[in-house]
Design a protein around this ligand. Structure first.
Ligand SMILES: *Cc1c(COP(=O)(O)O)cnc(C)c1O
Length: 447
């Protein structure tokens, strides 16, 4: 029996990694005002900024793109794409969009009115922003375990059913639809159990509230259900995915995640109730309903990707990457959010660098050091991003099918040298502080 979980693919096309010296990186850091968003990709060796749109596509996806039907209306590629969405998720009505937030804008644009409230476990930041833009409130009702980074509960993405029931009873007439995000990106890529999804659907439906799933990482969530939930291991991931959507009225999707594509998204629905109004809105900003802001070749890539993502050897490897990194980091004495989630690992910089207070940005200090030493680009999720941040995290989000086990081992080796020297790390001062979304453009100076 083999114990090593391997990359279940061979590599046909390669892109060289860029290697710089530590001195070169130090100079680039100074130029970028110590903001990793302001670095160029050619200066980054391992890019863990996001898993969004960074997937390596398969030979089958590239092949499908070559036979795309680039027709304005009624493309064959659209039909193929729609059939795959229906087969994988069980939703016959499909509206393509150029990415997840475009699905949000079109769907919310039709359904959300000023003064409405939309509950979820945790809204993703663009989801929240699109709801708030319409004068409504995005309400997070994740379970308490989901807010505690040390808690090892296996389904920390679950919604609090008691709070949800109270919320629906109190605000029923103001709720145009209810949501759940799988996996819970904001909460650390933590899964939601099938039991919780079904119970959540029952509560929404008891109050006549439509149930919409934010499905960006539905395949990772389905695999984590198979691995962690009682009585689910005997089912195929494809069956678990269909069960996940069975009680929902529709979903919003960013194809840049679990559709294994570099761009794209869609709205998928069980009935045609809202279809015509949504299509009318789509035509205003995205395009005709059989392409929705995409080229037909993107529809082809999504159609193939949505089936490939359900390959269990792929998902076993995918989930193993985060688990492996959490285990190795913890063994080095680098604390992380527990347990490992689907697409990313979150280092707890506050515990790792207790000598750097929050107002001196311990997450930024660690993110800068990871780039300086190893050329790794990560994302601070803490006091740089939010006022009054509850945690100081550094996120390593893993692109799909891009890096290999030896890349991860190489990174872990380098981090081993950082641990004994961590007391030398210093905090930062924010010398340019933009009004909104400041993490993208802020500049820093070392203290
Ligand atoms: C990425 C993401 C979105 C938005 O999708 P984009 O394609 O980036 O516009 C919405 N919800 C979740 C959970 C996401 O991870």
């Amino acid at each position: 029996m083999h114990r090593t979980i391997i990359e279940p693919f061979k590599i046909k096309m390669v892109e060289p990694l860029s290697f710089l010296t530590r001195e070169q990186r130090e100079n680039l850091l100074i130029e970028a005002g110590y903001n990793l968003f302001l670095l160029k990709s050619k200066h980054v060796t391992f890019d863990f900024l996001t898993d969004s749109g960074t997937t390596a596509m398969s030979s089958a996806q590239w092949a499908a793109m070559m036979i795309a039907d680039e027709t304005y209306a009624g493309s064959k590629s659209f039909e193929k794409f729609q059939n795959v969405v229906n087969e994988v998720m069980g939703f016959p009505y499909v509206i393509p969009t150029h990415q997840g937030r475009a699905s949000e804008r079109v769907f919310f644009g039709h359904l959300v009115k000023k003064g409405n409230k939309v509950p979820s476990n945790n809204h993703f930041d663009t989801t929240r922003a699109n709801i708030e833009y319409l004068g409504a409130e995005a309400v997070d009702l994740v379970i308490d375990e989901g807010k505690d980074p040390k808690n090892t509960f296996p389904f920390k993405g679950n919604i609090d059913l008691k709070k949800l029931e109270d919320f629906c009873r109190t605000h029923q007439t103001q709720i145009p639809f209810g949501m759940i995000t799988i996996t819970n990106n904001t909460g650390g890529g933590q899964p939601v159990s099938l039991e919780n999804i079904k119970a959540c659907a029952n509560i929404y439906h008891k109050y006549n509230i439509p149930f919409i799933i934010d499905a960006c990482r539905f395949a990772e969530n389905s695999m984590l259900i198979k691995q962690r939930e009682t009585n689910q291991n005997h089912k195929s991931v494809a069956d678990i995915a269909r069960e996940t959507f069975a009680d929902a009225d529709g979903c919003l999707m960013s194809a840049k995640k679990d559709a294994m594509s570099n761009i794209g998204g869609f709205i998928a629905l069980k009935t045609n109730n809202w279809l015509q109004s949504l299509k009318n809105l789509l035509i205003l900003t995205e395009g005709f309903p059989t392409y929705g802001g995409l080229a037909a070749r993107d529809l082809e890539a999504m159609a193939v990707g949505l089936k490939e993502v359900l390959d269990e050897s792929y998902l076993e490897y995918r989930i193993a990457v985060s688990r492996y990194m959490v285990e190795k980091l913890n063994a080095l004495g680098i604390p992380t959010v527990l347990p490992a989630g689907g697409h990313a690992v979150y280092i707890d910089a506050k515990s790792f660098l207790p000598h750097i207070p929050s107002h001196q940005f311990p997450g930024q200090a660690l993110a800068v050091e990871l780039y300086r030493r190893e050329g790794i680009r990560t994302c601070e999720i803490g006091s740089v991003m939010f006022d009054n941040a509850a945690m100081e995290l550094v996120r390593l989000a893993f692109p799909r099918r891009v890096y290999t086990q030896s890349h991860f081992d190489y990174i872990i080796e380098g981090l081993g040298d950082l641990v004994p020297e961590k007391a030398q790390l210093r905090g930062f001062k924010m010398v340019y502080k933009p009004e909104a979304l400041r993490h993208f453009t802020a500049r820093f100076e070392p203290l």
